[in-house]
Write a protein that binds this ligand. Structure first.
Ligand code: SF4
Ligand code: SF4
Length: 185
């Protein structure tokens, strides 16, 4: 990102509220956030987090009704960056939410040299996690479609060589199959 910035290239963030997934959270999380910022919407937390990242120059938020437009205008009309306590709370909630359905790949890449198909396994798991977390957003399908066909999850032959060396015990071949089916659906 720093390189892009130093070249004057804007860093855009798409789907800042992950297709609406971050605009509504579990009641217990919403209560925690509302306790700190009772006047602000849940969606505003995603924007405030992003505006605190200096490299981000453009935030592209899709809006589907006037209430969302008005809420976003309200958020961006005031510069109210998250403080350290708020940031920590938000990251803690994000970690809990991510751990629920996503796979705990650490991107150690121990597995990649064992794949006879040369798949970028950690990158595909990252996209799978994105897809699961957003309940099927467009970012992961778009990223997968930009790959050569022989580098997509569908190219996995289920040999499980990768699984023998994964310290996280991830069932990679199952993930590839599920991801392929999800992308077709
Ligand atoms: S199971 Fe799939 S991802 Fe794992 S090594 Fe075999 S082809 Fe590669
Ligand atoms: S070995 Fe496991 S944790 Fe490491 S990159 Fe591969 S899938 Fe992820």
């Amino acid at each position: 990102m720093e390189l892009l910035r130093s070249r004057g290239i804007p860093v855009w963030v798409m789907e800042p509220v992950r297709g609406g997934k971050l605009a509504r959270l579990d009641e217990k999380y919403e209560k925690q956030l509302k306790a700190l910022r009772p006047e602000e919407s849940i969606a505003s937390w995603a924007f405030r987090f992003l505006t605190g990242i200096k490299d981000v120059t453009v935030i592209l938020s899709g809006m589907s009704d006037m209430a969302q437009v008005e809420d976003n205008l309200k958020t961006f009309s005031q510069d109210k960056p998250l403080d350290e306590k708020e940031r920590e709370l938000l990251l803690g909630i994000a970690a809990e939410m991510s751990a629920r359905n996503t796979l705990p790949c650490t991107a150690c890449r121990y597995c990649t040299s064992y794949c006879p198909k040369g798949l970028d396994i950690p990158e595909l798991i990252k996209l799978y996690n994105e897809h699961v977390f957003t309940g099927g957003g467009f970012l992961a399908p778009m990223a997968i479609s930009s790959l050569a066909e022989d580098k997509r999850p569908s190219a996995c032959i289920g040999c499980r060589s990768c699984e023998k060396v994964c310290p996280q015990g991830i069932k990679i071949s199952e993930m590839m199959k599920k991801f392929t089916q999800a992308l077709q659906g």
